[in-house]
Design a protein around this ligand. Structure first.
Ligand code: GLU
Length: 332
């Protein structure tokens, strides 16, 4: 059988976490075990032709990730692609911001090979730890020719999700990952890849975003809307150099009259404003709750505020024009 080489990049998180007791699933230290250690329990269950190339990138909880971390990961994948030419990639990380890393890589890296981002909700020391099985499934998916060309995927609790749509939806349950409204793209049926649909939007090879050689991304901040919110956050973000703002709006991305005045200033200063929703599902329709044509804002389509921020960071490397930005939000 031909060898299949999978590069496993470890960054820390609960999947590499340790607690004092096997019964403790909440009070633990994340990012303790090496990626090689987290792979040890599942090695006996990998087919003999699968060879793992393990790269320890960091030991960092993903709440500490930044846009620089994403650039570093994209660079690491690109360099491994050039030097080792693996057949697929697995990235292990904390679940807190896993969906943001996955969507960033989905838009930014240029490979048709499978890239699977995986984490765990319980530390490696727990009774019924979910990490080993999630990681086994991630390697199996990355090794599958069926996963080629699908962009970046997330595997959790035996389901396969596309990076654009997946979100963490529970603080502690092992069934935390889901894709509201769209569902999973398939299942890992006892290790066998069962696909049911394709990712809905362009990605990787078909994306115009290229981060090669970039040392930073434009600063984009998220403004959370709530009853009685003032515009202090908008003013603070602008004065700290925000190049774009994502509005986590109520309902269909509504903007209060207080926020509207501050956003007007931002747009006049050339800082684009993208309207998303804090509701957790649904499409923020252009010219719906707000006349975007007149105001100069952009609708986030179905992207959550944190995913809209990822796309806006990348889109701002190419344009600040609201019409062109809307095109990106309609297609990516
Ligand atoms: N907060 C940690 C992180 O995101 C642990 C969460 C997890 O991995 O599930 O890395």
């Amino acid at each position: 059988m031909p060898k299949i080489k999978i590069a496993v990049l470890g960054t820390g998180g609960t999947i590499a976490g340790e607690a004092n007791s096997a019964a403790d699933v909440l009070n633990y230290q994340d990012s303790q075990l090496s990626a090689a250690d987290t792979l040890a329990p599942l090695r006996p269950y990998l087919p003999g032709n699968v060879e793992l190339l393990v790269v320890q990138i960091s030991q960092l909880g993903s709440e500490n990730f930044s846009t620089d971390t994403w650039l570093g990961l994209a660079d690491a994948i690109t360099r491994l692609e050039e030097t080792e030419a693996p057949d697929g990639f697995v990235l292990t990380q904390g679940t807190d911001t896993l969906e943001e890393t996955a969507y960033f890589l989905h838009l930014a890296i240029k490979t048709p090979k499978p890239v699977v981002v995986v984490g765990a909700m319980r530390p490696a020391t727990a009774l019924s730890a979910d990490g080993p099985l999630n990681l086994l499934r991630a390697v199996q998916l990355a090794a599958s020719p069926l996963a080629r060309g699908l962009g970046v995927m997330v595997v959790a609790n035996e389901r396969i999700f596309s990076a654009r749509e997946v979100t963490k939806s529970h603080t502690s349950s092992i069934d935390s990952f889901g894709s509201p409204e769209f569902g999973c793209v398939g299942y890992m049926q006892n290790g066998e890849v069962k696909l049911h649909r394709m990712p809905s939007r362009h990605h990787t090879m078909d994306s115009p975003f290229n981060v090669a050689g970039l040392h930073s991304l434009p600063k984009v901040d998220i403004v959370y809307a709530y009853a009685g919110a003032g515009c202090e956050s908008i003013r603070a973000f602008l004065s700290h150099g925000a190049r774009g703002l994502v509005h986590a709006g109520t309902g269909n991305g509504s903007i209060s009259s207080v926020h509207r005045a501050a956003y007007r200033e931002a747009i006049l200063r050339g800082v684009p404003v993208v309207r998303s929703s804090r509701t957790g599902s649904g499409l923020v329709s252009r010219n719906g709750a707000m006349n975007d044509d007149a105001f100069g804002s952009v609708g986030a389509d179905t992207l959550s505020p944190q995913k809209a921020r990822v796309l806006l960071c990348l889109a701002l490397t190419l344009t600040q024009d609201a019409v062109q930005l809307q095109c990106y939000f309609d297609n990516y």
